[in-house]
Design a protein. Structure first.
Lengths: 369, 369, 369, 369, 369
């Protein structure tokens, strides 16, 4: 299990700034690991059929907006700065927003611009072997949205599937509902990951209680770190959604507002879960330390019991093993020549050992605890 | 006692999401352990007598509402999605609310819809051997309420008994008062459970002080976990009730408002209790660690006292147990042949032991602490 | 001192609910240890002289209110539910308030009703041997107050004495000033108790620094528990007074308002004291643990010093105490027959012991720390 | 250094109430250590020259106010209750304020009365050997201020010097500026004391890292206590100044307002410093414990290394020191009579010791850490 | 790595007040390490070309302001109080602000004056060998800014480079945009330093897990201290920027407002990073302590295992090494003359040792953990 966990360690660039300090605002800098940029379209409503596929020529976009009621421009990979700048110009995105998109190091936030809402959230990309956190930047216009993400795979596939299926709510609602569906999918993707963490914690708890072995500390520590990272990413989402709900924007309909409130509840639940996992991890570390402390006590008690029982008789045996010449004077070890010397000596040893045992018993050190 | 406690460990699905991430909002998913759905009615007021019993045909509901002043539709078991959807249509419940009801993983909250208030709280179901937390979802309409819970047994029986008895406040008041009575019963059910935890803590405290044995750590830890779970369930109830009181809704009369304020006070008291229990558990862990640390110190002192007293004389005995040939030269162990060798040797041993004892006494290690 | 403290351990029913969960609101349940109810009057102003004494017939009350400008109905013992209900009817107290009075498990709070303010605070009843926390429930009407408490002795005697003395502010002011005087007396009664705790902490601190003996842990722990209980009782009083001051009520004059502000300051000071005592207790536990840890280090060092000095020479002595037959071959212990065997052997022992001492000295273990 | 620090231990009466609980509000009680009261005047502006000196007759005050534009009545020592009451009457101070002045146990606060602002702050009186906290009570009127303090020496001397020098801002501004100057001097007096604490902490840090000896714990603990006391005194000053700035009072001019904002910044800085010192002290305790824990580990390792190397060979030596009669049978210790018995025995001992050493080396216990 | 870190230890005067307590407000005191003051100009816009260079005569300033649209007066070194006072007079800076500039010990803040905004932030000056925190004081006027810093080198060089380059946003925008650019550069300079700390923490984490050696504690402790210092400097910047954004000032255009919001997000991210680093450092210390505790347990177990196995047989060997005279009586050590004495004795020893080993095995102490 440990191995799996290590493999799935959260990869996160830890808010690493790409733009050098003091650069002009709006400067776009390509991340060293940025992948090629592909732009996909997904548009429906109006008289035209559902349009889906890669957009080779960005100038199609304007036409797309005109022909459909709702469009979703879905950009993956942030490596082609020229293309991104062109897209920014076509969609009239603010230079600062575009910088935030490209540097991909933003805190979740929502900002209101003249024509659009700019929303940043961080999404979990969970595969069997990796668990990465990626930035999802979304521009919400009146009748279309533009999303940006740095990798190909994401957690939005179910949303796209619902759109393709047709004849459901998402096909009949506006861009605001689409934006909600994306946010909802991103937030819901945290649940299975957190449930996995919950199971890891229960598993660790059982193992700590059974045998507090040294390797567990590192595992608990790693878990704590992962939770710190998750918390830092999720915490501002709560605030972001709260802002979105509180400061009602003309684009957002009443019905979508109700759905966003639901999203907000989910975010609160995720935060509740992370907070109690963190608390449990802390308690687990305390539990571990207490158990180790107790075990050490146990070890010390065994050593002390054995030592205190045997050290005094061993001393006596040492005394009568001395080679003083009994023939020189009657003061030299007369016991050795006494008829009952040996039995008396053994008796003395036994008496001492028994009184030590009685003392230890009275202290409760001979009872197993 | 421990056994009982283990048996009564809190079972909670830990906000486990049923709906897969990205599913359309309002998708109902049956929980794997969902039980059959039964719908009960309880209606009174108007010219008809008190109506109680299972509702076989959901279409009776509309008629029920018309014939009585106040009705309570009481749904138990969330396994029959078809029935639930039908009920949702009849009572005009929002799809999202219905999803929250079925997934039964909601944070306590209150939401205002056009025709009703939707309230989620979590209720303790305590029997002799189990202690489970279930979601109670309640829709408060102008003249009826609809409640949903996942199991048959609950803590609302006293409320129903009061309704059956007739001729009391609850029979003369409206649906808002009924809703209050339900909330009150749910919150009050926390008190006996928390009092039980209070007694467990006192019990543990006494046992830790008497003998800090190793099994206690696991018990304290389990208590801490249970309190974290309880806290996570109770904490948002406070907020929920506060919202209910602050944002006065037309359905809620002034008199019920006063009663809800009382409920809110009870929730605050429960939170106070949980917070101080958590603090006490933390202090208990510290106490345990201090006592173990102290016991170890004690053990070490006994070992050190015995060792330091006997090790030097044992060395001397060893020296005079050596077999150097005294006849070869006068340098070889002349003491052995000296007339007072043995008494002087014993004297030296005693002198060393006594000076060690004096040293230990001066350090205060021979006084019991 | 410990004994005294144990005797004075805080007794508190820990918000124990009397009414069973789900009971109708306003149900009065007699506490198992409730004492007989006596109702006292204290009224002045108007043309009649000061009226004081037990009220045998509750119907006198109405007359009392009419004849005097200010009246104080002072109820002690909550055992006679019939009498309390009768009093509630005469004074027109809300059923819910009366339930709060009788169950005596309320969080401090202030509630506004149509004709009166209902205030609950918790008062310390400190005698030489006990320290209990009791609930004081007070109904503040325009020209009279009604107070309820569960026992005979309280901390309000000085207020009554001031009333009896006559010709002072309290005799000339209204019921609002009387209510203030009662609150002030209750809050001020916390000061001497907290000062006692302050002295206990200083005393403990001195004893921990002098000799961190095991019994001190239990004392610190008990102190921490008492402070948690006190805190839980005092903390909501702050909020309660703040509400009373902020939401100005027509009964409360400007002058009384100033006095209540003073009360509020006192409550803040009490909270400050409790918080810093709690912090100090926590620091004290850390101090204790550090000192024990240090002592253990000291003990271990002595054991290690003695052992490492004597174990190697003892081994050498053991070697030359072996009985190999030197006559069989020249390889068998030739040292025994060497002329300088013994002195060289002793020299070797001394050399080893000295080099160990030098090593230990270089590590600084021979210096006392 | 320790000695000096002990001498300078903060003396504070810890909010000790003088007035007995339940006493009438406004009751003045003389503190047991109260010193004689002297009243000084300092007045300027108008046609009269600067007036300074002790006020023998309090009735001069009215005249003083009339003749000068700004006056400062400076009362030191709170022992003469009669004089204080007389002063209170002349200056029309509220009875409750006067009680707060005399009991000298107030939390810093500002209260608005009809004619004046009543301000309480706590000032540090630092001499070479003592460090005490005293209450400074100030009544700010339109054209004069009245200050009260319990001792002769204070930190306001520089303000008085500036007034005497004449021809500067303070001589040309009003009473509000004078009040600001006093507050500023009181707050600035915290800086050198806190810088001293900062140096103590750095000093302690260096000593802990060099040699974590036992006496340091007590020093860290004392520092922590002092910081708790300082924090409790400074923290409410922030709130007090904030209230003073927010609730603009007609006496306070715009210019003084700017100066008060500066004062508020200083208070924030002091709180920042105390908070980070407290954090550092906590870290220091952790550092200490880690180092002691490490040292103990080191000690245990030496003991274990020596013991495990020598115990097995010593046992072998003991075996061949036994006196079984080899002549009785060939089973009795034939090794003793074997020609190579001794060298083989020594070899066995060496082999065992070396394998133990190899084992310990593989565990890394022979490398110094 | 440690050495480098030591060299780069954060130097900070820890808010050391220069002005003595009680000094008149506005008193300028020269810091002991203050360097010579140089005043530079950087002005553009209008008909004149870009003006850059040192300002020899401060009277040129007025002319500079008239000839250019935007000017930046850039003062470095705070040693020449006369020059600073003259500059203050020319630019009409408030005396209190100037005191704040010179004492260079301010908390980050923004203050609104009649003609200008006064902003204080603290900037990191990072070179290869040092890491210092300096105060940047900035006066923002309608068409010029004045900045003060205590040293020559700063993190604003990229901003100046952008100005020199010409034909970009900064050359076409007003003084408010210039101020934003300066703030942005200061805040962005924290990122590389924090990333360095992040790497240090990861490095330390790996080393602690590999071998928890004693020197690491001091490193973790130093890291914690540095983070406390950084936090104290960054935390109020958040508040400052928030104030700047919330209280919209006429100078600040809408566009700059958007840019400042971006700055504010960066400050939040820095605080997030510091908070999680602090948490990780705390966890690291716990990890260290757990590992040391575990190691000690391991050491103790080895000692106990060896001791308990060998102490009892050694005692038996001691017994049969005693020299009681077997010829005196048949009670004296008859075993010595028994034919199977020796093998039985060895067998007994082996039996005891094996049963001890079995006992230890059953406790799990022989398995490596």
């Amino acid at each position: 299990m440990l191995k799996l966990r290590r493999k799935r360690k959260i990869k996160q660039s830890d808010y690493k700034r790409l733009t050098p300090p003091g650069a002009a605002p709006g400067t776009l800098v390509k991340a060293p690991d940025a992948t090629m940029t592909t732009v996909r379209k997904l548009a429906w409503g109006g008289t035209s059929p559902l349009a889906e596929g890669e957009l080779e020529d960005l100038n199609e976009i304007q036409q797309l907006f005109e022909k459909h009621l709702v469009s979703w421009i879905d950009v993956r990979g942030l490596g082609d700065l020229k293309k991104l700048r062109q897209l920014g110009d076509i969609c009239k995105l603010h230079k600062l927003s575009l910088e935030d998109v490209v540097s991909a190091d933003q805190r979740p936030k929502v900002e209101e611009y003249e024509n659009y809402l700019f929303l940043v959230i961080r999404m979990l990309e969970s595969t069997d072997t990796t668990l990465a956190i990626d930035q999802l930047s979304m521009f919400i216009f009146k009748d279309h949205i533009v999303t940006f993400q740095s990798t190909e795979n994401d957690c939005l596939e179910p949303v796209r599937a619902r759109i393709r299926k047709g004849k459901n709510r998402i096909r009949n609602a506006g861009a605001d509902y689409l934006a909600y569906a994306v946010i909802d999918a991103v937030i819901d993707a945290y649940f299975p990951v957190l449930e996995e963490y919950g199971q890891k914690i229960e598993n660790l708890e059982a193992r700590v209680l059974e045998n507090p072995e040294s390797s567990l500390i590192a595992e608990i520590h790693e878990l704590k770190r992962d939770l710190i990272v998750l918390r830092r990413n999720i915490w501002p989402i709560r605030e972001t959604l709260n802002n979105l709900i509180r400061d009602r924007h003309p684009f957002i309909t009443d019905e979508t507002q109700i759905h966003l409130r639901d999203c907000y509840d989910h975010a609160l639940r995720i935060i509740d879960m992370i907070e109690s996992y963190r608390q449990t991890c802390k308690d687990l570390m305390d539990l571990y330390l207490s158990l180790v402390s107790n075990k050490m006590n146990e070890v010390m008690k065994v050593l002390t019991v054995i030592s205190t029982i045997f050290i005094p008789p061993t001393f006596i045996a040492g005394v009568y093993g001395m080679n003083f010449n009994t023939e020189v004077s009657k003061w030299n070890m007369p016991e050795l020549n006494s008829a009952l010397g040996y039995p008396l000596c053994l008796g003395a040893m036994a008496a001492i050992a028994l009184s030590v045992i009685a003392f230890l018993y009275s202290r409760g050190w001979l009872r197993s605890s």
